[in-house]
Design a protein around this ligand. Structure first.
Ligand SMILES: Nc1ncnc2c1ncn2[C@@H]1O[C@H](COP(=O)(O)OP(=O)(O)OP(=O)(O)O)[C@@H](O)[C@H]1O
Ligand code: SF4
Ligand SMILES: [Mg+2]
Length: 345
């Protein structure tokens, strides 16, 4: 397959100004799938950076490429049908797309851990939760065998699992959804990752547990300086946890900014649509709002701006591809008409 033309990309990475080197730098990443109906360009030329100790939220409608981005970083994309059509994923200076399976194993679940969208699928039903957390610890940390069980109990306590001395010997099916979610977080955090990827970490749990999980993540981040890549549909979660936000649409980054800047001054018509019911960062209606129409299939993206068919501001010029450009204040946007568009009241 030939390399994509440069105008397919929304443009070069726009790095935060005056910042230290990022922990994670995703550069022109394309993760494509060869399918019967053609090439699905699930992730198609994205750029973003994540600094140590910070939280970057990735938002966007269903199917825009958030999970494929996360799985690409961990190299968990099945290849084939998936492949990296271009790009680099630089983590602590190394390109993860080039690592051997052995090098990957040492990073995955160790320096980089992930909380998956669906907890039930990531816990193994035939092992106790204690064995599963212990396995992760043994693989990534050099602890004397006698210290592993106390460390598992400590990990369970850290996510506020009650009665951890008893729970440690339970199987996943003996636990509620919220409890499994916390066990999965305990497992992810037991190895003291530098980067935690959390894909919809609170969808499977009720509001009270959600609040607890968010506080927990914040506390652990403050203690360990871990970075978090947070994927969510919930703008309340974004407002609470994120330092910076990346908005994805149809496999591309279409806007990126510090959280308050994005909530107060969204510049892309898509972001404005998503945030339509949000008066400000403290607003009450916090979920993403449905925009008329739907995301085009990854095998059939339109020419030019991919949001064109749904955009209330579309014009002739939008047949060209919009590059992601910096508009100051660490804010960047990929819309050819952003200078003319005022946020709807
Ligand atoms: N194995 C695969 N083969 C073909 N296409 C795939 C594969 N995995 C994902 N895709 C496509 O990639 C696109 C992005 O999917 P992804 O799962 O990243 O979306 P998402 O943003 O995480 O959505 P959601 O919010 O629903 O979780 C979708 O069009 C999806 O159909
Ligand atoms: S480039 Fe055109 S179609 Fe795309 S978001 Fe901007 S105004 Fe809308
Ligand atoms: Mg997803």
């Amino acid at each position: 397959m030939s390399q994509p033309k440069s105008q397919d990309s929304p443009g070069p990475s726009v790095k935060p100004e005056n910042e230290a080197a990022p922990l994670l730098d995703v550069i022109d990443l394309r993760t494509w799938f060869d399918t019967e109906s053609g090439v699905a360009r699930a992730v198609d030329g994205i750029n973003f950076s994540l600094r140590a100790g910070k939280t970057l939220a990735v938002v966007g409608e269903s199917g825009c490429g958030k999970t494929v981005t996360a799985l690409s970083i961990l190299r968990l994309i099945p290849m084939p049908p998936g492949r990296f059509a271009s790009g680099e994923i630089r983590f602590e200076g190394r390109d993860l797309t080039k690592l051997s399976p052995q090098e990957l194993r040492s990073i995955r679940g160790g320096k980089i851990a992930m909380i998956f969208q669906e907890p039930a699928t990531s816990l193994n039903p035939v092992f106790t939760i204690g064995d599963q957390i212990a396995e992760a610890i043994k693989l990534h940390r050099k602890l004397p065998p006698a210290d592993v069980r106390p460390e598992v109990i400590r990990a369970l306590k850290s996510v506020q699992v009650s009665d951890p001395e008893r729970r440690i010997d339970q199987y996943p099916h003996e636990m509620s959804g919220g409890m499994k979610q916390r066990v999965m977080i305990a497992m992810a955090l037991a190895c003291q990752p530098r980067l935690l990827i959390a894909d919809e970490p609170t969808t499977a749990v009720d509001v009270t547990i959600q609040a607890r999980i968010l506080t927990l993540l914040q506390d652990l981040q403050a203690k360990t300086n871990m970075s978090i890549l947070l994927i969510t549909h919930d703008l309340g979660v974004v407002a609470e946890l994120a330092d910076d936000v990346v908005v994805m649409y149809a496999g591309q980054v279409i806007e990126q900014a510090p959280v308050e800047q994005l909530f107060d001054h969204p510049r892309h018509p898509y972001t404005q649509g998503l945030f339509a019911s949000l008066p400000n960062i403290e607003g009450e209606k916090k979920r993403l709002v449905a925009i008329e129409g739907s995301v085009p299939a990854a095998t059939r993206f339109p020419e030019g701006c991919r949001f064109r068919e749904r955009c209330p501001h579309a014009a002739e010029i939008c047949l060209q591809n919009p590059p992601l450009v910096s508009i100051g204040d660490n804010h960047s946007v990929a819309c050819l008409r952003h200078a003319e568009i005022v946020r709807p009241a």
